[in-house]
Design a protein. Structure first.
Length: 96
């Protein structure tokens, strides 16, 4: 799957990601808001950083069921402009 090309699509508004380091850098490089769904290892730290910078909501992997995922998607839809702005800010910082 050409992930970087897909992340560059204007029609792609946000990404559900486990927040592995590679995907985190690719999402932020593309300036895309994220729904953080970490599993283990560095994913939790990366998710906390992205969420803390305002790039998107963070799910608790131990409690994330259909309702929580739906709520996170709705949060991104409702606050897309803010999340896009923050993700683009992080993208610009990475490019410096």
């Amino acid at each position: 799957m050409p992930q970087i090309e897909i992340l560059g699509l204007e029609d792609l508004s946000a990404v559900l990601t486990h927040c592995g380091w590679g995907g985190t850098l690719e999402c932020m490089g593309a300036g895309k808001p994220v729904i953080c769904y970490p599993g283990f290892g560095d994913q939790m730290m990366n998710a906390k950083i992205l969420h803390g910078k305002g790039c998107g909501p963070m799910l608790n992997p131990a409690r994330a069921g259909a309702r929580q995922i739906r709520n996170a998607v709705q949060d991104v839809v409702d606050n897309l402009g803010s999340y896009q702005c923050k993700a683009k800010d992080v993208s610009e910082q990475l490019k410096k």
